[in-house]
Design a protein around this ligand. Structure first.
Ligand SMILES: [Zn+2]
Length: 507
């Protein structure tokens, strides 16, 4: 029933588009309907390249800033299809920018390809790791990176065939889950000069989202330094770094009552002392401070006062290192609506009975309702009231270039992110189908932008209004660089164990 609805929506869109040819310049015309059909045909006809790339990256499952093989696979794919690829951008070996074309508009696509620790999983509907304890693609970034690349590649072929002017860029952004490369790519001006960025993320629905739903974030590394002493015979000689952390915690818990409800503060003691009979002279706390862009600076200052209070009361020293920080993601409403229209034209994947059975078995194992695979199109408007939530480093782009995201239907409804269920679905036909409809949606949206300068003007006017209110000011201090060594020790431990299960990229 739902694919019938999709076909009907597609037909209406097609009839509408067939009546109009928008001028790009005096010289170039874009037959929108024909160009979109060429996009769909190209992605279906070349799906083997994209599926084999996504599966290879799935099998490599490399952690943040260790995505050497994954970045190489995407580079090979993009180069095969005529893109010039620059790697190692902004000082990050696994970051890349792939470019094709010339002139304006400049249309960008995002790609992520990092995995998560401990989530190794086979493509089965019950929990069963490939290598126990090894990393796995628990956020579906094997599909994310390939979706963005596939959209850029399809668009390139159609622009070339139809002599449509413009520049395409694929931004390879490592370590989304940990080191947040986009902060540093943004700070180095890598996104500057791009007119619009089309983002995607694998999900349990087919969705376009507008406005600011995520929180701005600061990740802090807090060190209290005291003075060690014998806790029994001479405690008066000591200054306890653990006391400093405890007082900081009490101050933060009291602070919560007086913060606006949009805040989120969470922290762990990463290093808490060696033994109870030694007054601890060093304690390390890792803390997240999140809020709206508007309120984060104030909330951060108040948390800083709690840290200072801990140090003052205990006689310790403190040091606060901002490890990473980024803004809320402000999805452009005009662009999000355009993505939504294209989603409906593309339609949902045609799921087989086996895929539905797989999805329902997984839902049963997750104790969710057995409703099967995504079967509708969702448009999520800006929140009436922002109540706070998770964060993404795409936020950093959203104040430099107008951006919006398509969430692609890549797993059973209700299966939580960062779980083995995401890994299982992302390495098989369900994830592949979601990736292809996602790439079609993004490339078709780009065709609308290429065909209509008025559409781009509208997107940009909304963006200008946003950035007048919320200008891009990097939260991360100049001296802070990407934490390239995050998983430098961890990843080499797993590679030899995972290698026998690597899937070959066949281009
Ligand atoms: Zn993700």
């Amino acid at each position: 029933m739902c694919s019938q609805r999709a076909r009907r929506a597609g037909l209406v869109g097609l009839l509408f588009m067939m009546t109009v040819c928008f001028p790009v310049t005096a010289a170039a015309q874009v037959d929108v309907s024909s160009a979109k059909n060429q996009i769909y045909a190209f992605l279906d006809g070349n799906s083997g390249d994209f599926i084999s790339t996504a599966d290879a990256i799935w099998s490599y499952a490399e952690l943040g800033f260790q995505e050497f093989k994954s970045a190489e696979a995407l580079k090979k794919l993009l180069e095969k299809h005529g893109f010039a690829v620059e790697t190692g951008v902004a000082g990050m070996p696994t970051a890349m920018v792939a470019t094709w074309g010339e002139g304006t508009p400049v249309i960008g696509f995002t790609g992520e390809y990092d995995a998560l620790p401990g989530l190794s999983q086979k493509t089965v509907a019950h929990k069963d790791p490939v290598v126990s304890g090894a990393p796995g693609h628990g956020c579906g970034h094997n599909l994310l990176g390939t979706t963005g690349a596939a959209a850029a590649i399809a668009l390139k072929h159609v622009m070339e065939a139809n002599k449509i002017p413009g520049t395409l860029k694929f931004f390879g952004c490592p370590a989304e889950e940990s080191g947040s490369a986009k902060i540093f790519l943004a700070r180095d001006g890598i996104f500057n000069g791009t007119d619009v960025i089309l983002d995607n993320h694998p999900g349990d629905n087919f969705e376009s989202e507008s406005g600011a739903h995520t929180s701005a974030l600061k990740l802090l590394n807090i060190t209290f330094t005291g003075k060690a002493a014998h806790a029994g015979s001479a405690p008066w000689d000591g200054k306890s770094a653990a006391d400093a952390a405890a007082i900081m915690g009490v101050a933060i818990e009291h602070l919560r009552e007086h913060l606006y409800f949009t805040h989120r503060i969470h922290y762990i003691v990463q290093q808490g002392g060696a033994w109870p009979n030694i007054v601890p002279d060093k304690v390390v706390v890792i803390a997240y401070v999140r809020d709206s862009d508007e309120r984060l600076p104030d909330t951060y200052e108040k948390v800083l006062n709690c840290i200072k209070a801990g140090a003052l009361a205990s006689g310790c020293e403190y040091n606060v290192e901002v490890v990473k920080a980024y803004h809320q993601k402000h999805s452009n409403d005009a662009l999000a609506k355009l993505i939504f229209e294209n989603m409906k034209q593309v339609g949902l994947p045609e799921w087989t009975e086996e895929e539905q059975a797989f999805a329902k078995e997984m839902q049963k194992n997750f104790e969710k309702k057995e409703t099967g695979l995504p079967d509708e199109f969702t448009f999520t408007p800006p929140p009436a009231v922002f109540t706070g939530g998770g964060s993404t480093d795409v936020g950093e782009i959203s104040l430099i270039v107008p951006v919006a995201t398509v969430n692609t239907p890549c797993r059973a409804k209700g299966i939580a992110g960062h779980s083995w269920g995401v890994v299982a679905s992302g390495g098989m036909s369900i994830g592949h189908k979601g990736m292809i409809v996602g790439a079609k949606t993004l490339a078709a949206t780009a065709i609308d932008i290429l065909a209509s300068p008025e559409t781009l003007e509208k997107i940009k006017a909304e963006f200008d209004e946003l950035t007048q209110k919320t200008p891009y000011i990097p939260y991360v201090p100049k001296e802070v660089g990407p934490s390239l060594d995050l998983f430098e020790q961890e990843m080499p431990k797993w590679r030899p164990l995972m290698e026998p299960f690597y899937k070959e990229q066949k281009l």
